[in-house]
Design a protein around this ligand. Structure first.
Ligand code: ZN
Length: 398
């Protein structure tokens, strides 16, 4: 059965046929001549298409049509249709065919180069796409689009220095701020430098990340990790607290670090006071504190244990399996039951995604600063409760 896009292709052939007929009728022939018969080549091409013999149709098309002002838009339309259908090789052939014409106007050449660069990108040929986009970014009416595409390519290739350069040029030419995106590029460089043990370079990258507005707390988080790894516990604690204060969702990342440092320094009382102040100021964060504690197996700290206990008592799905309210009234027996249920929750939490993108819904176990699906930055947020629906769905479909 011919698909919908086959009919679109057939439509484009008909357009070309009409253009050819009109040119023949009003262009090159004498007015007295009879109208030319409908070109047999077009009918052949159409026949190939409707029989799903796209390759033969394409060959036929490339051979018979001269690229000129009247037909070039149809060539572009056909090329982009092939690309959208995922038939990138065919799109590439069409666009290369246009570029090969010696008499092409510079504007049309740029359009063809831009289309070909998009084909390469769709085919995953990043090096070739990068080369063409760089050429267009150097000076053409596709500068802004090309710089945007280059940022995307450098993100995929993790070439953060080049991404920063392209991003800064795009800010100027596109007239919009990319501060958050560029700050993340610097944070990527900072994290790589810190992983390689070059903390001085890492600190400098964090500083660069923190100059623009809006800022990302990822800079502070990276700086806090550097302080942690260089045994500067005071700075690390100060930064982790600031992070939680400004962006409470980062409790999921910072709480385990804070607990580790306070416990190591024998300052659990101070941790208790800090957490009580946090919960008083932001009561809504109690379930995220509880969930983070469950996932990371944090226990033995009264204020956190109390969050976990309240979370378990108020979890409606859990209530359908076990009467925790009644168990909480039984002393030792109740404590053992709570510990068992908590252990089970921890296993369930480990089996379900902890973070979800607020733009596209993509979920993952660990925090991803750039969503791999929609490519947006800093759109993931942590779950603050065990995703029972996901667990149940998983066990049904398995
Ligand atoms: Zn997303």
């Amino acid at each position: 059965m011919p698909t919908e896009s086959t009919f679109l292709l057939a439509g484009l052939f008909l357009l070309l046929a009409a253009a050819g007929w009109a040119m023949g009728r009003f262009g090159e022939r004498d007015v007295e001549d009879a109208p030319p018969p409908l070109n047999i080549d077009y009918l052949k091409g159409l026949n190939f298409l409707l029989n799903e013999q796209t390759d033969q149709a394409l060959e036929h098309f490339l051979k018979m049509v001269r690229v000129d002002d009247k037909t070039i838009e149809t060539h572009f339309a056909l090329g982009s249709l092939f690309r959208r259908r995922g038939e990138v090789d065919r799109a590439i052939r069409i666009h290369q065919n246009i570029i090969a014409r010696p008499d092409l106007a510079s504007e049309q050449r740029d359009q063809a180069l831009y289309s070909l660069a998009k084909d390469y990108l769709a085919a995953g040929l990043l090096d070739r796409a990068e080369k063409l986009f760089s050429r267009l970014a150097a000076g053409s009416r596709y500068q802004v689009q090309a710089l945007g595409a280059l940022c995307g390519i450098y993100e995929q290739e993790r070439e953060w220095g080049k991404a920063i350069d392209a991003g800064k040029r795009l800010e100027i030419l596109g007239g919009r701020s990319l501060a958050l995106q560029i700050a993340h590029y610097y944070c990527e460089l900072a994290e790589s430098a810190a992983d390689a043990g070059d903390f001085a370079a890492a600190r400098q990258y964090v500083k660069n990340a923190q100059t623009g507005r809006p800022r990302t707390m990822r800079g502070a988080l990276t700086r806090a990790h550097i302080a942690r790894d260089t045994d500067d516990s005071r700075t690390a604690l100060r930064l982790y607290h600031r992070i939680i204060d400004e962006d409470t969702y980062l409790i999921a990342e910072a709480l385990p670090e804070i607990v580790t440092i306070y416990t190591r320094e024998n300052e659990v009382d101070e941790l208790e006071r800090a957490l009580e102040a946090l919960l008083e100021k932001n009561p809504d964060t109690a379930s995220l504190v509880a969930y983070t504690a469950i996932v990371n197996d944090i226990g033995g700290i009264p204020v956190i244990d109390e969050c976990v206990r309240r979370y378990m008592l108020n979890e409606p799905t859990l209530g359908e399996f076990v009467d925790l309210q009644r168990l909480s009234e039984a002393k030792d027996e109740g404590d053992t039951a709570f510990a068992k249920v908590r252990g089970a929750l921890s296993k369930l939490a480990a089996a379900t995604p902890r973070y979800q993108c607020q733009e596209c819904g993509f979920s993952s176990q660990r925090l991803l600063w750039q969503c791999p699906s929609c490519r947006d930055w800093e759109t993931q947020r942590p779950a603050s409760r065990v995703q029972f629906d996901t667990v149940l769905q998983h066990s049904i479909t398995r």
